[in-house]
Each structure stands twice: as structure tokens, then as C-alpha cells.
Design a protein around this ligand. Structure first.
Ligand SMILES: Cc1ncc(COP(=O)(O)O)c(C=O)c1O
Length: 390
């Protein structure tokens, strides 16, 4: 007997990433540059705060929106860092990672047939969440505009079905962040349309050149802008599942109900660890950024030397070279690089069709690993140039 499931769940595509990762086990000697998490441990003091919370039996449920002490810390952090003002009582929810924040928000927001515009290539989690809710993801191609969304294209993509525009800068997979002019230009379009703005700024603390500009800083759109955030990347806490969702009270009261029925609250020991991260360890991402910048410079330099066209990233820890001129699909390029060259990187096609023709390399790895990987890649590429370029 085969029972039927939600067709939307059945229709979700298995990510291209998975298909590629399945091959990795067969090449144990390959250097793996696929991972999307910092290679630093969670800071000692933060770990200690989590352990102390457990020892003191702080292992119960918390308020659905999270500990008020943590929400106050989150409000203070966004106030101090970006001059933003959020009411910790009504405008902040502590979520199980940024992922749950995004999920609860989209489930609160999307109705059947709603369109959500997403600049792409984009993070693998977005399109499935939109589709699972009966929405339609409208991808805004950035592959030919320097991986930065073009305001005119955005204007043209907005229809009367558009419910939201979902940004992620600094971006996974590209490492590109937006400067003030670029953000201004997008806001200029957005302010004339009645749409929500969702900004996943989980990498905002990992900008190591220039400054991060938050969409929430624009008064014209703040009353319909949501920030998706958390400590996974800034404090290397992916396994602690600490996310923050910030937005206008009018809407957040409804998101809170969805969050509550979904998950009750975020993990309490992790919330105590998060308080320590925000109270005494705000400097941590700066230390990581020093390392990321050195690595970025190295990997970027090597890729250019090898002949890749590549946008120099300014945030996160990814670089996204074009592989178009090598005449292979990104899946075939990555597969051959793995099998013949001994280096694993993610095919761009894992990040929607607009990622085709690119490769995502993570540099959340120590310099000796990156050096060896770049050496291997350069060697292997010589064989590709001969066969494919003709
Ligand atoms: C852009 C982006 N958003 C959200 C997430 C998920 O974050 P979390 O682990 O806090 O759920 C990731 C993780 O890689 C990401 O890259």
C-alpha cells in the first residue's frame, strides 16, 4: 500500500549538492573545500556558559520568543552595531538557527501562489521553503551583473503577486556583499512597492572589506523588513542552533504563533551560551575575519593566476569563480576536479540554474590545506585546458 504525502514535499528536488557529496566518500584523499561552516571552535567562554547552564539545570523550556535577557542582548547588539532599534518584548524571536527563523517567517507570510523574488545564485534552502508553502520562487539572475542584483531587473520582476523579496548579502554561495550605493539603489525600487523585504544577514559580521549595510537601516522600508540572523557563522555555533528573527511587531506577533507551534522555543542552554557570545565576545568575528581575508587574498590570487574569471568576495568565506570558459557543466567540472584533481568544491548548479557555469569554493580551511588544494587544482587544470579549450 502506498499512501500519499503532501505533493509539495514529494516534489521538492534533492539538492544537487547531495548528489555531488555522495561521490565524496569514494575519494578519501581529496581535499574538501565544500564545507559552509567556520573552521574555528566555538569560543571557550561561550562553551563554558552553555555547560554551566546545563550543570545548573537550565534545561527547561523558555518563553516562546526566547529568554528576555537574550532578546535584550540581541536588541543591544543591533543597536550598537547598526543603530537599529528593536523592542525585545515584541520584535525579536530567538529561533533554532537562522533556518527555523526563515521557515517560521515564510510560513506566516506566504499564501498559495505568492511570488518571492530571490537574487540567484542563492543559498540552497530558499527555493524549497518557498515552494513547500505553495509560493513561487522568482529568481533574479545576478550571474551576468557581477553577482549583484540589478535594480532595473528587480523593478521588472515585481508583479501584483510579489509578496516578498529575499536578500542574502554577504552571500552564500558567492561571498559578494553590497556596498552602500548598491543597497541604496535596490531600496529605491523597493520603497515604491508594497512587498515584504526579508534579509538573511547571517554573514553580516563576516565582512572583511568595507562595511555591511543592513536593509533594516532604511526607514523607508523598515516597517516591512525582516532580518534573519544568528550566531552560526559569527561565533562558529552551527550546532548550537542559535538564530534571531527581527521584524515589526505588527507581523512578529503572528510569526511567534507559528514558531511556538513548530518548536515551542529555542534550546535553553544554547540561549545562555548566546548571551555570553553577545555580552562579552562580540570581538570574535573580527579575529576570524583576519584569517578569512588572508585566505581570500591567497585563493583569489591563485584563481586569477590559473586564468579564472572571478569576482573578489568581500564577506562570508566563499569564492565563486566562473568556469564557463572550460566548456564543462559545473557538475562535470566539479566531478572531474574531484576524481582527477583530488579537490572537492561545490558545482554552482547546486545554487539554482543561475549558478551554472560557476564553482563554489569555501576557504573556511587552514592555509596549508588551501595551499595544497590550489596546487592540485593548478596541476589538474593544465589537463583541462589542453582537452577542453582546444
Ligand atoms: C545564507 C544562509 N542562511 C541560513 C543558513 C542557515 O543557518 P543556521 O545554521 O543558523 O540555520 C546558512 C547556512 O549555511 C546560510 O548560508
Amino acid at each position: 500500500m502506498t499512501l500519499s504525502l503532501n505533493p509539495r514535499a514529494e516534489a521538492l528536488a534533492i539538492s544537487g549538492i547531495r548528489q555531488f557529496f555522495n561521490q565524496l566518500v569514494d575519494y578519501p584523499d581529496a581535499i574538501n573545500l565544500t564545507i559552509g561552516q567556520p573552521d574555528f571552535p566555538t569560543p571557550e567562554a561561550v562553551k563554558k556558559a552553555g555547560m554551566e547552564a546545563i550543570a545548573a539545570n537550565k534545561t527547561s523550556y523558555s518563553h516562546n520568543a526566547g529568554l528576555i535577557e537574550l532578546r535584550q542582548e540581541v536588541a543591544a547588539f543591533f543597536g550598537d552595531t547598526y543603530g537599529l532599534s528593536y523592542n525585545p518584548q515584541t520584535e525579536i524571536i530567538i529561533t533554532n538557527g537562522a533556518s527555523e527563523g526563515l521557515d517560521s517567517l515564510l510560513r506566516t507570510m506566504i499564501e498559495e501562489g505568492d511570488e518571492v523574488i530571490i537574487p540567484a545564485p542563492c543559498y540552497t534552502g530558499y527555493v524549497p521553503l518557498v515552494e513547500l508553502n505553495g509560493g513561487k520562487a522568482i529568481l533574479l539572475d545576478t550571474s551576468d551583473t557581477g553577482l549583484v542584483p540589478d535594480p532595473e531587473r528587480l523593478e521588472a520582476a515585481i508583479t501584483n503577486k510579489t509578496k516578498a523579496v529575499l536578500f542574502n548579502f554577504p552571500s552564500n554561495p558567492t561571498g559578494v556583499s553590497l556596498n552602500k550605493e548598491e543597497t541604496d539603489a535596490l531600496v529605491k525600487v523597493l520603497k515604491n512597492h508594497e512587498v515584504f523585504i526579508i534579509s538573511d544577514e547571517i554573514y553580516s559580521e563576516n565582512v572583511f572589506e568595507g562595511q555591511h549595510f543592513s536593509f533594516a537601516c532604511y526607514e523607508e522600508i523598515k516597517d516591512r523588513t525582516f532580518l534573519v540572523h544568528g550566531l552560526s557563522k559569527s561565533h562558529s555555533m552551527t550546532g548550537w542552533r542559535m538564530g534571531f528573527l527581527l521584524g515589526p511587531e505588527e507581523y512578529m506577533q503572528h510569526v511567534l504563533k507559528v514558531h511556538q507551534y513548530n518548536t515551542v522555543c529555542a534550546s535553553l542552554p544554547s540561549q545562555h551560551a548566546a548571551i555570553e557570545a553577545l555580552q562579552n565576545n562580540r570581538f570574535v568575528p573580527n579575529e576570524m575575519n583576519d584569517a578569512y581575508k588572508t585566505r581570500r587574498d591567497y585563493v583569489y590570487g591563485k584563481l586569477v593566476e590559473m586564468g579564472f574569471d572571478v569576482v573578489k568576495p568581500t564577506g562570508a568565506f566563499y569564492i565563486f569563480p566562473s568556469i564557463e570558459k572550460f566548456g564543462l557543466s559545473s557538475f562535470d567540472f566539479a566531478t572531474r576536479l574531484l576524481k582527477e584533481g583530488g579537490v572537492a568544491a561545490v558545482p554552482g548548479s547546486a545554487f539554482t540554474k543561475y549558478g551554472e557555469g560557476f564553482l563554489r569554493i569555501s576557504y573556511a580551511y587552514a592555509m596549508p590545506t588551501l595551499e595544497q588544494a590550489m596546487e592540485r587544482m593548478a596541476e589538474w587544470l593544465k589537463t583541462v585546458q589542453v582537452t577542453e579549450r582546444g
